[in-house]
Design a protein around this ligand. Structure first.
Ligand SMILES: N[C@@H](CCC(=O)N[C@@H](CS)C(=O)NCC(=O)O)C(=O)O
Length: 233
């Protein structure tokens, strides 16, 4: 059985970490049996100090892209085998948009913005025992803000970060258009990423101009509802 080490669910989502939600969605889409281990403290022991990671037949694999590659090799490619080279290229480009760019704009709304941080602190750390609850949130916040600055997003003004996120959302909405799934009629691995990131924007109670822009494109919410009904029924 594949064991998935991830953060505990928060914000009423399968996971408030879009990467953890991506992996769970992908496993559901691929129809592979798995067991979730919801334990945020595992990040301290994780091979790359990030969650999620998996244990599959004694092998540890970290990073959702490497995990999915590993699972495809071991259990067959149930989602992307029929994609053309052009579809694979588009899929990779959108994956990068979500994971390497939009992600950091979302991090800003949750960890830098004061109103977003109040929600994040309560949802992610509210159940920590005292005295951890007194110092862990501030330490984690400092770490995330330093990562965001290191990545580059954290060097932009708030207005610029929102504009960047809005451009990404516009590109996704324009590309999805009225297709049922990102690449057409059939779901592919890209939908695991797209759904996880869009649902985290839409359904986490963290307001921002980026979230309002997602709400302003109703095909995106319809897409999330479609993914939820099909894979989380
Ligand atoms: N590229 C990684 C990213 C995973 C990632 O960024 N996980 C975040 C949660 S969304 C994390 O564990 N952060 C902990 C930290 O940065 O200390 C993947 O695809 O799995």
């Amino acid at each position: 059985m594949i064991k998935v080490y991830q953060f505990a669910p928060a914000f009423g989502l399968p996971n408030a970490s879009p990467f953890c939600m991506k992996l769970e969605t992908w496993l559901r889409m691929a129809g592979l049996p798995f067991e979730l281990v919801n334990d945020g403290l595992r990040v301290l022991k994780a091979p790359k100090a990030k969650l999620p990671y998996i244990e599959d037949d004694g092998v540890l694999v970290a990073d959702t892209s490497f995990i999915i590659e590993h699972l495809k090799q071991r259990h067959g490619d149930r989602l992307d085998a029929a994609l053309t080279p052009a579809e694979r290229a588009v899929s990779l480009a959108f994956q990068r948009l979500f994971e390497e760019n939009l992600y950091w704009a979302v991090v800003h709304t949750r960890w830098a913005d004061e109103a977003g941080w109040a929600k994040t602190r309560e949802a992610f750390f509210g159940t920590l025992p005292v005295p951890m609850r007194w110092f862990v949130p501030a330490l984690a916040r400092r770490g995330l803000l330093a990562e965001m600055r290191g990545q580059g997003m954290g060097r932009h003004s708030v207005a610029e970060i929102h504009a960047i996120g809005i451009k990404d959302v516009t590109a996704v909405a324009d590309f999805l258009a009225d297709k049922p799934f990102m690449l057409g009629d059939a779901p592919s691995s890209l939908d695991a990423t797209a759904y996880a990131f869009l649902a985290n924007l839409l359904w986490a109670p963290v307001d921002s101009p980026i979230r309002r822009h997602v709400l302003a494109r109703p095909t995106l919410e319809a897409y999330c509802q479609r993914m939820k009904a099909r894979f989380y029924a």
